[in-house]
Design a protein around this ligand. Structure first.
Ligand code: CA
Length: 131
């Protein structure tokens, strides 16, 4: 992987929230900022912006929606993993079907959360599972 010149381990830890609904994005940013104090929280609303932001920011944590206007969050996930980034990726989606869960985990997601269970997100963010 060729790293961007401005990417690197320096500076504050970074989180990236990928979600196309502005209202849900605001809510997610709020939750992430509160759970991960000291993190710089960025946002992306579609696949292309998310991939670009992930490459540029090298985030430590990503919350990833699957249903995006220009494609699937799985494309973002694959791009992140192909880039070799160690980001912790938490899929947060309304598509809670088992197929999506399996596809997400196979593509390299660390966690899969139904949007109906958003109340569980702070705990997932704060305490990475060690399994
Ligand atoms: Ca969506």
């Amino acid at each position: 992987m060729v790293k961007e010149a401005n990417a690197g381990p320096d500076g504050p830890p970074r989180a990236l929230v990928v979600e196309d609904s502005a209202q849900q994005r605001r809510r997610l940013v709020e939750i992430v900022a509160k759970a991960l104090s000291g993190f710089e929280v960025s946002e992306a609303e579609n696949v292309s912006t998310a991939i670009e932001s992930a490459r540029r920011l090298q985030p430590d944590v990503v919350t990833l929606d699957l249903g995006l206007p220009d494609g699937s969050g799985l494309e973002v996930l694959r791009a992140i993993r192909e880039g070799g980034a160690p980001a912790r990726v938490i899929v947060v989606t309304g598509e809670s079907d088992a197929r999506y869960r399996r596809a997400s985990l196979e593509a390299g997601a660390d966690e899969f959360l139904d949007k109906a269970d958003l109340a569980l997100l702070p705990a997932l963010l704060a305490e990475p599972a060690e399994d």
